[in-house]
Design a protein around this ligand. Structure first.
Ligand code: SDX
Length: 428
């Protein structure tokens, strides 16, 4: 017998079912609430509202736990490549050697873009934001592969479509970067790894093939692994909402790209670097910016701090902070923005405003410094987040279809004019 919650409205009791997840998360199922009581609930930003049952990623914000399909992020980050992680997020299990070989082969097969697609890049102004290009080109790819428009969510067809998307998102990103700078594009090289191929497409030149250093290849793998999925964040929820209308996978993830772009979400990784550079240029101490962030009359926020779910350290931020040190050391690089970031973090740990609100560094606080060390340009940072998040978006879109979920259609409470008659022009 499942537990019940009792709601009393206008003297009448209503029993609502309680459901409990595999990690003991509890929810009150209100799917019949409006029919039974005439009431809806209100929850701006959906901080208290579950949209789905999901078996992909588990986050415990109080304990700073993140697991992909049950595996702790710390272990995945240390032991898995991004391709292995993408397979795990998509299919639910770590791949056997034969499965990984077949998956990698599909990714290599689908890396090139249709020749006619390449011409579209030259249609963008060189100042076009790469996130706008990415979202547009993801939809455009489906025009050259009409078979993906009504993809089933199982079998060889799904395998092909998911691999095509995972592979081509990387090629589109690199081509967008090359074309923006007036550089010749580098076609994918099937002899390289997923990350190595991306770095080759980004940085090889006609007379100088990019040499993929193991340190950078490992750092990029780690960056993408840490971004692979994160339960029902803004962009993943967007993919689910769009997918719930039975829109195809490509248009659903193109919408996810647009949601990710915002500075409160994936756009924060670039905003952190801009903030650190402003602090460096200003010559002011970090304490000045801490006070600005606390000032309710000042719109300035400490970018890379705070999280809707993590009320403790974001485990990804801890891993990235260590990785940044290791990469800078291995590459004999120095980055004074890292020193400023460390000072900011230290200052917030002793500041009541941040402590009381559980504001800790999130995944975006150190990720930008890692991307700088790898040599990724600032305007590509959120694109890198999108490449990393692609497995999570695809897996959530698949799970939505597997569970045959209804179209997303929230309700509202109307606060406008009550009924009134039309006013002829002469009387307005
Ligand atoms: C990502 O959801 C996910 O899982 C996202 C993500 C993923 O993997 O998909 O983890 C990736 O998007 C990480 C977040 C990146 N964004 C930023 O770093 C932008 C800066 N952070 C804030 O904008 C904010 O913390 C959010 C958007 C991340 C969370 O917003 P919430 O949950 O709506 O929290 P809130 O704005 O209501 O803040 C609660 C309080 C407020 O103060 P009071 O009104 O209580 O006095 O904390 C304050 C806020 O003013 N606050 C901050 C702050 N973040 C929150 N004050 C200063 N600086 C900040 N960064």
């Amino acid at each position: 017998m499942s537990e019940k919650a009792t709601l009393t409205i206008e003297g009448k009791n209503y029993d609502l079912e309680i459901t409990i997840g595999s990690e003991n998360e509890k929810c009150i199922d209100i799917q019949q609430l409006r029919d039974a009581t005439g009431y809806i609930t209100m929850d701006h930003g959906f901080g208290n509202t579950g949209s789905c049952y999901s078996a992909i990623t588990y986050v415990d914000g109080d304990k700073g736990i993140l697991r992909y399909r049950g595996y702790p992020i710390e272990e995945i980050a240390e032991k898995a490549t991004f391709v292995e992680t993408a397979y795990l997020v998509l299919y639910g299990e770590l791949p056997k050697a034969s499965q990984l070989k077949a998956f990698s082969a599909r990714l290599k097969e689908h890396a090139p873009l249709h020749t006619n697609l390449e011409h579209h890049f030259s249609g963008f102004p060189t100042s076009a934001p790469p996130m706008a290009i990415l979202s547009a080109m993801l939809n455009l790819v489906s025009c050259f592969h009409p078979e993906v428009l009504d993809v089933p969510t199982t079998g060889a067809e799904f395998d092909r479509t998911a691999s095509l998307l995972l592979s081509k998102v990387r090629t589109i990103a690199a081509f967008a970067y090359r074309m923006a700078g007036g550089r010749p594009i580098n076609h994918p090289n099937p002899n390289l790894t997923y990350c190595g191929n991306f770095l080759h497409m980004m940085f090889s030149d006609p007379y100088q093939e990019y040499e993929v250093s193991p340190v950078i290849d490992k750092a990029l793998n780690l960056f993408l692994v840490l971004h692979a999925d994160h339960e029902q964040n803004c962009s993943t929820s967007t993919v689910r909402v769009v997918g719930s209308s039975r829109a195809n996978l490509f248009s659903s993830v193109a919408a996810g790209v647009c949601a990710l772009w915002g500075p409160l979400h994936g756009g924060a990784n670039a905003a952190v670097i801009e903030m650190l550079e402003d602090i460096k240029k200003s010559g002011r101490l970090p304490a000045y910016y801490i006070e600005k962030a606390k000032d309710k009359n000042d719109p300035f926020k400490l970018m890379g701090f705070g999280h809707r779910v993590y009320k403790n350290f974001d485990p990804r931020s801890l891993i990235l902070k260590k990785q940044v040190h290791d990469v800078l050391e291995a590459l004999h690089l120095d980055d004074d923005l890292l020193d400023i970031a460390l000072q900011l973090e230290q200052a917030t740990l002793q500041d009541d405003y941040f402590i009381k609100r559980n504001l800790y560094p999130n995944v975006d606080f150190y990720s930008g410094i890692l991307l700088r060390a790898i040599g990724i340009p600032l305007n590509m940072y959120t694109v890198m987040f999108a490449i990393g998040r692609m497995p999570g978006w695809i897996a959530n879109w698949k799970e939505l279809h597997d569970h045959k979920l209804r179209i997303s259609r929230p309700r509202q409470i109307y606060t406008g004019h009550t009924a009134r008659s039309f006013i002829p022009m002469a009387q307005r």
